[in-house]
Each structure stands twice: as C-alpha cells, then as structure tokens.
Ligand binder design. Structure first.
Ligand code: CP
Ligand code: NVA
Length: 306
C-alpha cells in the first residue's frame, strides 16, 4: 500500500515520533558527512498552485541531498483541474515520477490527487492545513526543549491552515495548545473536536480564548502567522482592522515565560502579525524553524518512499 502525507491526524503519535527521530538522524548525518544517496533514480514532482519559497526549495534540496531529483510544476503548466482533471494528472504523473508534492487551494484537490495516484502524495499546504510545516515546528520545539511532554504552545492570530496542523501535532505529541483568535476566525468545529480527542489520549488540553494576553500567559512557545492567507487577499483590509490586538509584539510577549520561544512559519508580514523587534529578537526561532523544513521533510520523504 502506498502512503500519503495529507494530514497530521492520519498518523499516530508513534509514527510522528518515528519521523521526528528520523529527521534528527538525517540532519546530523547531513551536517557531519552529507546524506547517503538513498533516492538515486527517484524524482519528486512538485505541483504548485500557490507561491512558495520554503516548501519549494526545501523539498527540492531534500531530494538532491538524498541523491534524487525534483521537478517544479507551476500553476499554469498543468492547470490542475482546469486543463485536465485531477484524476488524470494523478494517473499520468504516477507513470513518470516516484512521488508528488502538491500545494493547492481547495484541500479536496490534494486528497483527490492522493486517491488517484499510485505513488505517494504529500500535502505541501492547502487552504485547510499544512502538515509538513507542523513537522518542522515540532522538530524545532523538540530541539529547543529536549522534550515535548506537557509544554504549553500558544498560537495567536488567524485560525488558519498552519494553526490547524500545529494544534493536531501538539495534541498528538502531548503538548497543551491554546489558540487566541478573534471571534469569526476560529478553527472549524470538526477539527477542534478531532484535536480534543487526540488531546484526551495524551492528557493535554486544547483551549480557545479571545484575549491575546491570556493566550500567551506563561507559555513556552508563542506562534503566529499571517492574518491573510493566500487566497484571502480580498479580505486583507477587513482583516487589518480585526487582528491588531493579536499582534505578537514585545509587550504581548512579556506575558509568556521568559524562556519562551517565538515561532512563525514565514513569510512574515512585519508590522502586522509580528514586529521586527520580536521577529529578530533573542526569543525568535524563525530561521532555525524555516531551516528545519528541510530536515523534517527528508524524514517524510523517506517514510513515504520506503
Ligand atoms: N512556510 C511556508 O510554507 O513557506 P512557503 O509558502 O514559502 O513555502
Ligand atoms: N497561512 C499561510 C501560510 C503560508 C505558508 C497561507 O496559507 O498563506
């Protein structure tokens, strides 16, 4: 049976921990002597319907470091679901390459690819979630604290794709998760309920608050992301009026533990969801976090292609 990496929820805590351990091993190997060319002859097709820096380059470099190759396919080239049906794209690519990574708008587009492809499909972000990001996030947290048990992770801002995968990763891996967001910008109920079920198994909590100070109070990790995700550009001005109380600035960060780290999936909109002072301050882990995309995704690729 081929494997896909579509959502954190699809994997058990042990499987996620296994991938994190593998990411740590591959990272160590890479810095000590370079990775082994275990992907010789393997090619990843990278289908992008939205822009990307981190996802595109880190997947490409992950394949190269492991002896394989990657192909970038821009939105206009194959016109996923427009020029040709997703089912046909999936079946054609299955005869050419070893795996597909796709960044899409509608989440159903990546699940449809996975349904029809006979090769692994990896979700490189959809409007619904961003599981590869969450793997790099928990890797960064684990490296920082040396464990994950019972840590308090806070997300302030829009209840978006990044927040959703982070919540599920925290719940599965035994970290308390709090989201501070304005009314109307919550994560959907089904995903919250799924998160609470995962959290019940690991004995942690999932909390929602409208108060940004309460959201970051005594937290170990404070995370934020853009107020306007790709595809929501028409709402930019409206969102700029709603979200300022949730800006991650020095004043707000003072409420977290002094040892707290700051995270952001990037790209950052400095002066909006995060200030320069916080993004470039001593508590920021923004760049190690971005670099961990490379290492976390090597583990995901190895797991999918083995
Ligand atoms: N964090 C992230 O996914 O960045 P890109 O949009 O640049 O890939
Ligand atoms: N929430 C953001 C994440 C970008 C990596 C978006 O979907 O645009």
């Amino acid at each position: 049976m081929k494997k896909d990496f579509i959502a954190i929820a699809d994997y058990s805590a042990d499987e996620l921990k296994g991938m994190l351990d593998l990411a740590i091993d591959l990272k160590k190997e890479y810095f000590e002597k370079g990775n082994q060319p275990i992907f010789k002859g393997k090619v990843l097709a990278m289908v992008f319907n939205k822009p990307s820096l981190r996802t595109r380059i880190s997947f490409d470099m992950a394949m190269r470091h492991l002896g394989g190759d990657a192909l970038f396919i821009s939105p206009d080239e194959i016109g996923l679901g427009k020029r040709e049906s997703i089912a046909d794209v999936a079946r054609v690519l299955s005869g050419y390459v070893s795996a597909i990574m796709a960044r899409v708008f509608a989440h159903e587009h990546v699940t449809e690819l996975a349904k029809w492809a006979s090769i692994p499909v990896i979700n490189g972000l959809s409007d619904y979630n961003h599981p590869c990001q969450a793997m790099a996030d928990v890797l960064t947290i684990y490296e920082e604290f040396g464990h994950m048990d019972g840590l308090n992770v806070s997300y302030v801002g829009d209840g978006n794709n990044v927040a959703l995968s982070l919540m599920h990763a925290c719940a599965k891996l035994g970290m308390n998760f709090t989201i501070g967001c304005p009314e109307g910008y919550d994560l959907d109920d089904a995903s919250m309920n799924a998160g609470r079920e995962m959290a019940a198994k690991t004995g942690v909590s999932i909390n929602v608050t409208r108060d940004p100070v309460e959201a970051v109070k005594d937290m170990d990790v404070v995370y934020t992301d853009t107020w306007t995700s790709m595809g929501q550009e028409a709402e930019t001005e409206k969102r700029k009026k709603v979200f300022p109380p949730f800006q991650l600035n020095t004043e707000l960060l003072k409420n977290a533990k002094p040892t707290a780290i700051v995270m952001h999936c990037l790209p950052a909109h400095r002066g909006y969801e995060i200030t320069d002072e916080v993004a470039d301050g001593p508590q920021s882990r923004l760049f190690p976090q971005a670099h961990n995309r490379l290492h976390a995704q090597k583990a995901i690729l190895v797991e999918m292609l083995k």
